[in-house]
Design a protein around this ligand. Structure first.
Ligand code: PGA
Length: 251
């Protein structure tokens, strides 16, 4: 079964609202050149309203970089799924490696964020990935299995459209080092078998698994040729319109 590719740009803590609007307009123009694939951008919260205006009616999906599990409440610095939906947002990155490793988010918090996103109708882009130390110690699959099982604990999925998984090896994020297509495919196929074990084979077959970590114009084509790689979560190269365009237009 072929899943619809998803090319997602994570803009992290970059772009003011005017800069974000300019970049969003360029992405929308680029996305127009291809069909049969989804394109998503996740600007910083401060630029979301501005980007939402640019993206309306373009087919480009507006995503958030995180989401809280409650509808509202005394949670300083957090933002809820209904607030995001109100801005036209339909996806939210959850458990990004920077959230886990720089801000100390735990599997438990990530699980709650996933659950909240789904409850309020946002599609979570659930990120997992091993550190270099863990890979070198031969623990990659074990670490990923623990992250997947903890992140998805108690989460029911009726069909595969409600969640996206992103495999982002920590050692490949922002370092210029990409997992080889063989390394990535091996992990993606493992994640899919794990999803089949947690849910069912046909649900696992529908879930898109993205690769992230130094994705660029030079490696997107070969990555996308792998059976279990259904798209990419792109950081640095998503901030350059011409690079992201080449990624969207992968062959
Ligand atoms: P990168 O970031 O493409 O700059 O490595 C990917 C990510 O953090 O999602």
């Amino acid at each position: 079964m072929k899943r619809k590719p998803l090319l997602a740009g994570n803009w992290k803590m970059y772009t003011t609202a005017p800069e974000a609007q300019q970049l969003a307009a360029a992405v929308a123009k680029a996305a127009n050149k291809v069909s049969g694939r989804d394109v998503m951008v996740a600007p910083p919260y401060t630029a979301m309203a501005a980007v939402s205006t640019i993206l309306s009616d373009t087919g480009v999906i507006l995503g958030a970089q995180n989401v809280h599990w409650e509808e509202q409440g005394a949670f300083t610095g957090e933002i809820s799924a209904p607030m995001l939906k109100d801005l036209g947002c339909s996806m939210a990155i959850v458990g990004h490696s920077e959230r886990r490793h720089v801000f100390g988010e735990t599997d438990f918090m990530i699980n709650r964020r996933i659950s909240g996103a789904i409850q309020f109708g946002l599609i979570p882009v659930f990120c997992i990935g091993e550190t270099l130390e863990e890979r070198e110690a031969g623990q990659t699959l074990k670490v990923l299995e623990d992250q997947v099982r903890a992140g998805l604990a108690g989460i029911e999925l009726a069909d595969g459209g409600q969640i996206v998984v992103a495999y982002e090896p920590v050692w490949a994020i922002g370092t210029g080092k990409t997992a080889t297509e063989t390394q990535a495919q091996e992990v993606h196929s493992f994640i899919r078998s794990l999803l089949a074990d947690i849910y069912e084979k046909n649900i696992a077959a529908q879930i898109r698994i993205l690769y992230g970590g130094s994705v660029k114009p030079e490696n997107i084509d070969i990555l996308m040729q792998q059976d279990d790689i259904d798209g990419a979560l792109v950081g640095g190269a998503a901030l350059k319109a011409e690079m992201f365009e080449r990624i969207i237009c992968f062959q």
